[in-house]
Write a protein that binds this ligand. Sequence first.
Ligand code: GAR
Length: 211
Amino acid sequence: MSTKRIAVLVSGGGTNLQALIDAQQAGKLQGGEIVAVLSSKAGAYALERAAKAGIPGYVVARKDFDSNQAMTVALVEKLKALSIDLVVLAGFMHILTSEMVAAYPNAILNVHPALIPSFCGKGAYGLHVHEQALAYGVKVTGATVHFVNEEPDGGPIVLQKAVAVQEGDTPEILQRRVMEEAEWLILPQAVSLFCQDRLSVEGRIVHIKEV
Ligand code: GAR
């Protein structure tokens, strides 16, 4: 089995990228290697994290394109030129269009900061997700890693982890707890499972092979 070439797409701070880099450095991304970080924003802190880890960073800036579709086409071209096998959306804040899914069927993973199908879809990104969870009054939230299909946050679910909401939580406090207790754990796990060819998709269901 050849090592899978992983590209991580980011838009901001990149703490999930950092979790992937840390996992790689600890030998926990079995079967995969992060070979590129692509940012939709020049100056994103995630690019500094990549540089520090010696991973090439590229900017495909949303503002340079008229539409998400035009940006998506440019991203696909770059990913193909880099011979990427797995695309990881780690805090990528734009909706990719069908060209990406067609180029990478069941080979794009996204981390979402809620238990899908709650608090997801259009408008549910970043801090807004936690604002919505707190406004609804849920007592448990969490994070989801899923395959990306044509529907925003609608693809087959790979891993989920629950996190308790606590009295006095603000969106910022809850966001941090969901990252620490869920996202930073399940994203590297899911990437590692993919890279070991342990995930298979049957309709909406993702089967995980035991070793
Ligand atoms: C993370 O909480 C991630 O799950 C979320 O944005 C944050 C990015 O943080 N992504 C989405 O909402 C995508 N729909 P990071 O840049 O520090 O990883």
